[in-house]
Design a protein around this ligand. Structure first.
Ligand code: GLU
Length: 444
């Protein structure tokens, strides 16, 4: 495989799609050896076929706000690869959403979903709609307008969307209602639904829980544990909430959360009612964390990121490229032992290079945060069987899946000196599964 040539051709075809090009480059670099060991992959142009989505659906979403003004947003669904199962992946509603961001997320989702051991292909979608400051009625009208267009492209065996940044239970509910009305089917086509109409227990906390199960295994493999460790978390949404809950339960102390306005340092630890307060903070839809400091008497550091704190573990839980080279340098100087991305592509490539160079344990998002989509897969299974599992049943399955993902990463990521390159392990394991499925199914 000639990575440089492939990247040049992608850059020429998709200029300025930086996040997408970044995600593709990372995967190609890490799978190069195993790719070259299989000449049949090159012959079937697996890499060239894998890096382009099967199709991209874009549409406009006109809706009326509370003042009676007409608003027009853009909607997207990227159906990236369905070699191993129906397209599966979240919808992101955020003003930053564009084709590059959704293509990077959809591309990552292919490998992440392959790692879960469940039969799910990769997809992603969303809109540049900004839920911040919108009323419930506005969110409902937007979600209905969005689904009016999207419904014809999705289905329980075709493409199963879910939540992501800006899309939680409320948005999924409104979209599911509209889908059901248009399709006249109640087949659970979205995951992340409320419990009353086909949702799964543990789904809201699954990304954070799964992330901590994975980090726990990373630490245990290195001969240590979460007990007594200090953790810096970024973000304050659903994922940060689940991660803080499980980290505390497993004996660690979470000392930070963050928002676009800055971060909170709580040296007493963010636990108990303070964790539940995160859900309240999020519900205000103001996208700020500063009220936490006033309520609990903690420190609020405006316009900075929590990676300058002296902690044992750093868990990015907010968004892509939220931990850069300088942050990694600070963390390393302060003695960090593990960085686990619970956000998608949370670290920049330069930050990852530095962490690997210093042999710091680094878990990539597509492995560490796969518990969310894995539990979505379990929701699909429950819907297909028309039954619901108990919370302990779902949690046990999630635990098992995270453990299998860890095993695959170790299998393909262990280096000669014993260091485990989880990024390489995750990419190679995910890639091999999809590539073998593509090979078996011919040129399509
Ligand atoms: N948005 C989540 C992710 O990045 C969940 C996707 C899903 O549940 O389909 O994996």
């Amino acid at each position: 495989m000639n990575i440089e040539k492939l990247m040049q051709s992608l850059e020429a075809k998709h200029p300025g799609e930086n996040e997408y090009l970044q995600a593709v480059h990372e995967v190609l670099m890490t799978i190069e050896d195993v790719y070259n060991a299989h000449p049949e992959f090159e012959q079937a142009k697996i890499a060239e076929r894998l890096v382009e989505p099967d199709r991209i659906i874009t549409f406009k979403v006109p809706w009326v706000d509370d003042r009676g003004d007409v608003q027009v947003n853009l909607g997207y669904r990227i159906q990236f690869n369905n070699a191993i199962g129906p397209y599966k992946g979240g919808l992101r509603f955020h003003p930053s959403v564009n084709l590059s961001i959704l293509k990077f997320l959809g591309f990552e989702q292919i490998f992440k979903n392959a790692l879960t051991t469940l039969p799910m292909g990769g997809g992603k979608g969303g809109s540049d709609f900004n839920p911040k400051g919108k009323s419930d009625a506005e969110v409902m009208r937007f979600c209905q307008a969005f689904m009016t267009e999207l419904w014809q492209y999705i289905g329980p065996e075709t493409d199963v969307p879910a939540g992501d940044i800006g899309v939680g239970g409320r948005e999924i509910g409104y979209m599911y209602g509209m889908y059901r009305k248009l399709a006249r089917q109640n087949t659970g086509v979205l995951t992340g639904k409320n419990l009353e109409f086909g949702g799964s227990l543990i789904r809201p906390e699954a990304t954070g829980f799964g992330g901590l199960y994975f980090v726990k295994q990373m630490l245990e493999t290195a001969g240590t544990s979460l007990k007594g460790k200090t953790i810096a978390i970024s973000g304050f949404g659903n994922v940060a909430w689940g991660a803080a809950t499980k980290a505390t339960e497993l004996g660690a102390k979470v000392v930070s959360i963050s928002g676009p306005d800055g971060y909170i340092y709580d040296e007493d630890g963010i636990s108990g009612e303070k964790i539940d307060y995160l859900l309240e903070l999020r519900a205000t839809c103001n996208d700020i964390v500063s009220p936490y400091a006033e309520k609990f008497g903690a420190k609020y550091i405006p316009n900075r990121r929590p990676w300058e704190l002296k902690v044992d573990i750093a868990l990015p839980c907010a968004t892509q490229n939220e931990l850069d080279k300088n942050d990694a340098k600070l963390l390393i100087e302060n003695g960090v032992i593990c960085v686990g991305e619970i956000s998608n592509m949370g670290c920049t490539p330069e930050a990852i290079d530095l962490l690997l160079k210093h042999k710091i344990m680094y878990g990539p998002g597509k492995a560490v945060n796969a518990g969310g989509v894995a539990t979505s897969g379990l929701e699909m299974t429950q819907n297909a069987m028309h039954l619901s599992w108990t919370a302990p049943e779902v949690d046990a399955k999630l635990h098992q899946i995270m453990s299998e993902i860890h095993t695959q990463c170790v299998r393909y990521g262990r280096e000669n000196d014993g260091y485990i390159n989880y990024m390489k392990g995750a990419n190679v394991a995910g890639f091999l599964k999809v590539a073998k499925a593509m090979m078996a199914q011919g040129i399509i």
